[in-house]
Design a protein around this ligand. Sequence first.
Ligand code: NAD
Length: 332
Amino acid sequence: MTQITLIPGDGIGPEITEAVKSIFSAANVPVTWEEENAGQTTFDSIGELIPASLITSLKKNRVALKGPITTPVGKGFKSINVQLRQMFDLYSNVRPAKTTKGVNTRFENVDLVLFRENTEGLYSGLEVVDERLQIVDSISRVTRTGCEKIIRAAFEYADKHGRKKVTAVHKANILKSVGAMFLSIASEIAKEFPHIQYDDKIIDNMCMQLVAKPEQFDVVVTTNLFGDILSDLCAGLVGGLGVVAGANIGKEMAIFEAVHGSAPDIAGKGIANPTALLRSAIMMLHHIDLKDEANRIEAALETILGNKEECTGDLGGRASTMEFAQNIIAKL
Ligand code: NAD
């Protein structure tokens, strides 16, 4: 049995984690859950945003599944997600985007994986505020080591999964120094993988290309802010945030998470779509080498997604979160 840290999160988090737990249990997946939470909920109960017990659990288990956590906008505490990524150097944010039969989208043949640097850039948290002059400097710190780690992760993934091309995305025409460093590292690493095609795109052109001809992309690698925006754009190409998986991976630890938020507008109604968290959990099973279990659950999920009636409302069906989970269980 592998022990996994389970962070249910806020809003719809507990509802979708229950759905995933019931599917794992029905599929006899050999994992046990160690449940720990973070954010406002734990702050209200024990006065800690990231409890010491969660940190201990993460260090011990080194693999976690996480629901969405509410982050106050423009005030309040720093995002728990960003803090966990920085605390444990989870430098790769991996976001697959693939069209699924039965899920309505504008495109039919998207199949790409985005690698976003997860700890640096404008998310370094370096903000200098001059209250008197009302000027804010948000410092984007990018390091050679950080670029090397994310670019190498993208090429290694492409190599391992038989992908054909890696595209580096940047803004080197305007942000010349950081762009030059990112591109020079990318072309150096590309030489180690001569069987993988390598090219680069400027971020604005990349956005246009993605919404016009997304099928031309395979593996995409970029810095933090561009990656944050592109990854949701890619989610939109394949059915939205309710159906895409995400992982934060470092050398020592990996946290798999639903990439959507806590959806306060539907929390507690039992209608949230658990697909994003379930797909992240399937990625997690591949990560811990439980491939048979991953493939079996994925096959059942794909069958249900192909039949709208058995899905939740956001996918055009009428099932509740738990009915959707039961429909998947029936197909295992
Ligand atoms: P959101 O993703 O929570 O919701 C956007 C819309 O999508 C809402 O209409 C919601 O009902 C719908 N939606 C999202 N997930 C769904 C699901 N699984 N099934 C069906 N519908 C779903 O985005 P938001 O409203 O901008 O953010 C709410 C809170 O979540 C904020 O505090 C934000 O900071 C936080 N957030 C957390 C994470 C995370 O923990 N990884 C990610 C994004 C946002």
